[in-house]
Structures are given as C-alpha cells and as structure tokens.
Write a protein that binds this ligand. Structure first.
Ligand code: ZN
Length: 343
C-alpha cells in the first residue's frame, strides 16, 4: 500500500497543553511522523509526496470565515502587546449567535474549542499539507487504487467545519470523504481512534450521504466529554447515519473487536462505494493517554476486520502518541489490513 507524506507537516510544533489545568508539553509532536514513517516502511509501504490541491477541497468542508481565521490569526496575535507566542483561547461563547467578534482574542475563542490546539507560525502550512495528504490518497483510491495510507499531521477528527480542537485544525478524514461525495459516491467514515471523532460527527450530523461510525473510550469521563454518546444518532436528514460505540475505560482487544463487528455490520448496511478509516493508534495499552488496552497484535486484527469489508479504503492517520510501540502498531495495522503478518 502506498503512503502519502509531506515533510512540511513537521513544521507545526505546538508547545503548550493543559491537562487537568496543569501546563504540560504538548504530546502532538513532530517526532510522531518519523515513528509512523518507520512503521509504514516496515509494512513494505512506498512513500510518495502528496500534491498541492489548493483551498477548494478544504473549503468544501470548512467555512471561509474559519479558513481565513486560521491563515491570518498568528500574525494578528503577534501584534497584541504581551500576547503569548502561540495563539491560545481564554474566552469562549457559551452559545454562538450572529455576532462575529472583530478582535483576535474574540475570534480565537470563537474558533478554538480548547487549549490543546495552539496555533503557531507554521500551523497553517502544516495543516494545509495534512489536508492535501488526505486528498492525494483519496484521489489515488478514487482513480482505482484499492487502498492508500495518508500519514496526516496535525490530525483532523476533532475539527468541526469552523472550530479547531484536540490537536486538530482541518478535518482530513472529512475532506477525503467529501472527495468521493463530489463525484456522486456514498462514503462511510469509520473512526477507531481512542477519542470520539466529534468534529467528523458534527460535520456530517445532518447529512445522509456520509455514514459516520466511531469506536472510542466512553466520553462520560473522557475527552471530548460533550460528544460521543450512544444516543447521538444524527439529526434531520442525517438521523440514523451516525453510530457511536463507546467502550468502558480499559477495554482490550476482545471488547474493541466486538464493537468493530457491530460497526462493520452498519457499514455494510449503508452499502458505501468507499471507506475512510480514521486511524488513531492511541487505543493502544501503552499510549500515554491510557484510555483503552488494545495490543499491538490487536491492531492487526482490527486491520483484518476492516479489510474484510472489501471496500476501496483511504486510511487517514489521526492520534497515536510517542511510546515504544507506535511504529510497530502502525506496521501491525497495515500488515493486518493487507493480509500479511508483521515483519
Ligand atoms: Zn485520539
């Protein structure tokens, strides 16, 4: 399977991160891409540079107001006397009404869900390349390749149409899916990241042309808290097109695979023309987020189960943080998906 990767994605290097109110180093570090590249190479994947695709495919998912904000906010922020180096919000609207704030501080609170997605000088460039990486993989699969892996960084599944959050800026999985919708195809997005794909759910919540399914740690006591519960099924025309499968904290391979069986059955019933897998590797038992207990071998079984759907598939990298087995977990998934044992 081909891997798409652009080194510009490593320029985004967030420093700040609040965890339970305490400042800690941001875990979404550029080193992740080197570990993931090693994992893809070990699975026998050739690395290819994505093409630039302009803003069109991004604007098909995100609002122009948000795109403009993301492109300019860092330069504007630096003009504020005494401001932080990175753009970090400190006030949020409880409800969003028609009024749009003119100030950089107001707009940061309007467009950023939390403090874990600081915007620095290179965030825009890396986020664009991350989206183009997903689009390049989608283009290849749309042209007839059975599958492709998009090594996207920063990740995307917590980004809504006009809100960044949880390390994410552009929703790469949604952008890849929309590429298929554009040509009249039906698409399912299957999110296996430790965290609920709240941005992806939000983007398609009122649509019936894209099925969104997410398996994740129960948000009742876990990020993103306000989304990801089993009773969120979609709204209006989208009612019944969203499926959340929250798992108890600490769940291992067997519980995850049981949920995946339910997820795959729903995907089959939707009868899509293509599948986007939002691949987080942070459900791993040794991941620093410590939410679930999937093993390295478990990722191979997850890959096998998804491959059994026999759909044209774009695998989009989401979470998965620095730990000894990060490379091996990707290798395991890709080999499982390709029907080969890990090397
Ligand atoms: Zn995650």
């Amino acid at each position: 399977m081909k891997t798409f990767f652009a080194e510009e994605q490593e320029r985004h290097d967030p420093k700040s991160f609040l965890s339970s109110g305490a400042p800690k180093p941001n875990p979404e570090v550029p080193e992740r891409t080197q570990r993931l590249l090693a994992g893809a190479r070990a699975a026998g994947s050739a690395i290819e540079r994505p093409k630039q695709h302009g803003l069109g495919p991004i604007a098909a998912i995100h609002t122009s107001e948000y795109i403009d904000f993301l492109q300019r906010i860092h330069a504007r922020w630096r003009l504020i006397d005494g401001a932080s180096t990175e753009v970090i919000p400190n006030i949020h609207p409880i409800e969003r009404h028609g009024t749009y704030p003119a100030s950089a501080v107001g707009q940061a609170g309007y467009h950023m869900a939390d403090t874990s997605c600081p915007i620095s000088e290179f965030t825009w460039e890396s986020a664009c390349w991350s989206a183009w990486t997903a689009i390049s993989a989608a283009e290849d699969v749309h042209a007839g390749l059975p599958s492709a892996y998009a090594l996207c960084r920063p990740p995307g599944h917590h980004a809504f149409a006009d809100v960044a959050g949880g390390f994410c800026f552009f929703n790469n999985s949604a952008i890849a899916a929309q590429r298929f919708v554009k040509s009249g195809s039906r698409v399912a997005i299957l999110d296996v990241d430790l965290h609920h794909g709240n941005g992806t759910q939000g983007i398609f919540y009122r649509r019936s042309d894209v099925l969104t399914v997410s398996i994740h740690a129960d948000p009742v006591r876990f990020y993103p808290f306000f989304w990801g519960h089993a009773d969120e099924r979609g709204e209006g025309p989208g009612l019944g097109s969203n499926l959340n499968l929250p798992l108890e904290r600490g769940s291992g391979d067997d519980q995850f695979l049981a949920a995946l069986t339910v997820a795959c059955r729903r995907v089959e019933a939707f009868a899509p023309d293509a599948l986007v897998v939002a691949l987080g590797l942070d459900a791993f038992e040794g991941d620093p987020f410590g939410g679930l207990s999937v093993t390295t071998d478990g990722f191979a079984r997850i890959g096998e189960a998804i491959a059994a759907l026999r759909l044209p598939t774009i695998i989009v990298q989401e979470g998965g943080y620095i730990c000894d087995a990060l490379s091996a977990n990707l290798t395991s998934f890709l080999c499982g998906f390709s029907g080969r044992h890990s090397i």
